[in-house]
Design a binder for this molecule. Structure first.
Ligand code: ADP
Ligand code: MG
Length: 226
């Protein structure tokens, strides 16, 4: 079964003369375990799509199913829980809490649910992301690349059905960008993590299994690698 299914997805911001149609009848299906890159010019609707998939924002029309959940139909409370437990979100800016240690930042989604992290699972995650030596550090003591790794670990701590990354390397240099991409590929390969990666970097996009191009809120090209 598909993990993700968008049908006729439409998003209009505002109304009247100033209305902007960010998504214009977008159809997209993603299988479980796929690593898909979403590319397209600035303003083509990439971030809007991710926000709708994550339940951050509601579609104006159309339907989105993520892991069997009709995301557009969730009430605000359920949408918040869905966001925390079912999807992982990574942004260009790391959005870490400066006063919390790396370890606390990573497990924050669990702590918000008053759940105790499983120590072994946490050890594995921290090791997979190469953060063993930084567990007690504060975000301000880390490089940009390390901070992004913490943000990815936080996004993965609930083992979400879907990892959504919006320009995660947009604020990093080439070396750190490559490193982050290698990590995403590792998560995909080793954990079978389904990933949607928004990037404007063709070199990075080319490393995904599939590249979907958006233009004016629609899919204009969809290519699989290999
Ligand atoms: P991308 O991430 O591909 O650059 P976005 O999804 O951010 O594209 O934006 C798609 C279109 O929707 C753009 O024209 C943008 O200006 C508009 N848009 C995005 N967010 C909002 C908003 N909150 N209010 C009004 N217009 C918006
Ligand atoms: Mg964007």
């Amino acid at each position: 079964m598909e993990l993700l299914q968008c049908t006729g997805l439409k998003k209009v911001y505002g109304r009247g003369d100033t209305a902007v149609c960010a998504l214009d009848g977008l159809d997209l299906t993603v299988e479980r375990g796929e690593f898909t890159a979403i590319v397209g010019a600035s303003g083509s609707g990439k971030s809007t799509l991710l926000h709708i998939l994550a339940g951050v924002d509601k579609p104006t029309a159309g339907k989105v199913l993520v892991d069997g959940v009709d995301v557009g139909a969730l009430d605000p409370t359920r949408a918040a829980l869905f966001r925390r437990r079912k999807v992982g979100l990574v942004y260009q800016f790391f959005n870490l809490i400066p006063t919390l240690t790396v370890e606390k930042n990573i497990t924050l989604p669990l702590l918000l649910d008053k759940r105790r992290p499983d120590p072994e699972a946490l050890d594995r995650l921290v090791a997979a992301l190469g953060l063993q030596d930084k567990r007690k550090a504060l975000p301000g003591q880390l490089s940009g690349g390390q901070q992004q790794r913490v943000a990815i670990a936080r996004a993965l701590c609930y083992r979400p059905a879907l990892l959504l990354a919006d320009e995660p390397t947009g604020n990093l240099d080439r070396k750190n960008s490559t490193e982050i991409l290698d990590l995403l590929r590792l998560c995909h390969r080793e954990l079978g993590q389904t990933i949607l990666l928004v990037t404007h970097d063709e070199t990075l996009a080319a490393q995904a299994d599939r590249v979907v191009t958006l233009s004016d809120g629609r899919v204009v090209s969809d290519r699989k690698r290999g």
